[in-house]
Design a binder for this molecule. Structure first.
Ligand code: AMP
Ligand code: GLY
Length: 419
């Protein structure tokens, strides 16, 4: 099987690493990839938003499996654009399905129609800003504001002060994120433990993947700015069978059934961002792809062949697929360039990453130019497995300490609250 993975982060390195382990993989391309993906396959310099170029490459190289890592090409309709290529299986929903991530308003309305538990909300545009101000006056703080569209992870604001919330709301509507914030959702604040659940679906059936908990803030103790993610553990230790049963019954089943009812062609990963409030799961957000760095803890726990799972989509046999999941914990820590998510240095020389036992190193912002250099804020993820969470974390931190580059920063408290 000839395969193309799109993306350039740790998630895509983890996907490439896992795909390459399959005996069915005869050729693996990653576009554009990073310094780590080229250890697993061949990097291709393609603009993943230039669908014509992507299509030409797929046809020229006889690719039969396309795995789309990030959300931007999905929301822009890459799956629809590739629909005419004979025998190509695309992992990633069409534009309509990707709206679950591409529009908070769409996601909210979908959840209301399907009876899926989520926070109460008000949809705001410039035309009903006065209603919104009154809604803020009548709400308790904190106030949650969400730009409707994709805003590079910066579209959610949680504000303690009502006046500040009004100022921020006005700025969003005035175009802070362009079209993406012409509509804003004001959401009821939910307080509880967050976790992530992942499914792979063909639009009718689905297979659940391991769950995870990620750490989004830059600082220890969940403080400071939001980031793409600074670490993750799988499974989320507090998610017991009882909670998972509710997640399946109240969230996952009605979501997948909703796709069929609403004629949404959804073939790919669904990422359920959840919060537990009083023993009940609520959906905070949907994503139309795997998470990063969650992928770096869930794929190492999957013992099954990932290509076999993808083929089950093509052959409509997902419902019979018996995914083998390791009972081990997996813990990942992100090594970032000091200053991230604000100003940080690139082109830093990276050393001591080659001969490390007991951990898996996934590259994110790296490039190979003779030596290995950094090319982004999140540079590498270190993942380790162990039957004991404490040991998995100890292995990861041991490795994280050995890898070296100037101003390396990582959170020292991933998983700490569960030890
Ligand atoms: P997102 O950018 O959609 O991943 O949201 C960022 C973070 O904001 C989430 O991971 C939550 O921690 C927080 N968040 C979003 N919506 C709510 C809510 N309704 N109540 C409390 N926290 C929220
Ligand atoms: N780690 C969160 C995300 O991928 O959206």
């Amino acid at each position: 099987m000839r395969i193309l993975v799109l993306g350039s982060g740790g998630r895509e390195h983890a996907l490439a690493w896992k795909i390459k382990q399959s005996p069915m993989c005869t050729k693996l391309f990653i576009a554009p990839g990073n310094g780590g993906t080229q250890l697993e396959g061949e990097n291709v310099d393609l603009d993943i938003l230039d669908f014509k170029n992507v299509q030409e490459f797929i046809e020229k190289e006889n690719i039969t499996l396309l795995v789309v890592g990030p959300e931007i090409p999905l929301v822009a309709g890459i799956t629809d654009a590739m629909a005419g290529i004979p025998d190509l299986v695309v992992i990633g929903p069409n534009k309509n399905g990707a709206m679950l991530e591409g529009s908070k308003k769409f996601a909210k309305e979908f959840m209301i129609r399907q009876g899926i538990p989520t926070a109460g909300y008000l949809e705001v545009e410039k035309s009903n800003i006065d209603e919104a101000y009154k809604h803020i006056d009548d709400s308790t703080t904190p106030i949650v504001l969400k730009a409707d569209g994709l805003a590079a992870g910066k579209g959610v604001l949680i504000l303690e002060d009502k006046n500040e919330a009004k100022i921020q709301l006005k700025e969003l509507l005035d175009g802070r994120f362009g079209e993406a914030s012409e509509t804003v959702i004001i959401e009821e604040f939910l307080s509880g433990l967050e976790f992530s659940v992942f499914a792979l679906t063909d639009g009718k059936e689905y297979v659940l993947l391991p769950n995870a908990k990620d750490y989004k803030r830059i600082g220890e103790g969940d403080t400071g700015l939001n980031t793409g993610g600074m670490g993750a553990i799988s499974p989320a230790p507090f998610v017991d069978e009882k909670l998972m049963e509710k997640v399946i019954r109240k969230v996952v089943d009605p979501t997948i059934a909703g796709f069929e009812k609403e004629n949404i062609h959804y073939q790919g990963f669904v990422f359920f961002g959840l919060i537990e409030v009083g023993g009940e799961p609520y959906v905070i957000e949907y994503n139309c792809r795997l998470g990063d760095p969650e992928t770096e803890v869930i794929l190492p726990r999957i013992n099954s062949d990932l290509l076999e799972l993808f083929i089950a989509i093509k052959t409509n046999t997902l419902s019979n697929y018996d995914l083998q999941i390791s009972k081990d914990y997996c813990a990942t820590v992100v090594l970032a360039s000091g200053g991230y998510p604000e100003k940080y240095k690139k082109n830093l020389e990276i050393s001591n990453f080659e001969t490390i036992d007991g951990s898996i190193i996934f590259h994110a912002g790296t490039k190979k130019e003779g030596s290995l250099k950094s090319s982004g804020g999140r540079v590498m993820m270190v993942s380790s497995l162990d039957s004991n969470l404490r040991e998995a974390l100890a292995k990861t931190y041991h490795t994280a300490n050995q890898i070296s580059f100037e101003n390396k920063y990582f959170r020292k408290d991933i998983g700490y609250e569960f030890l």
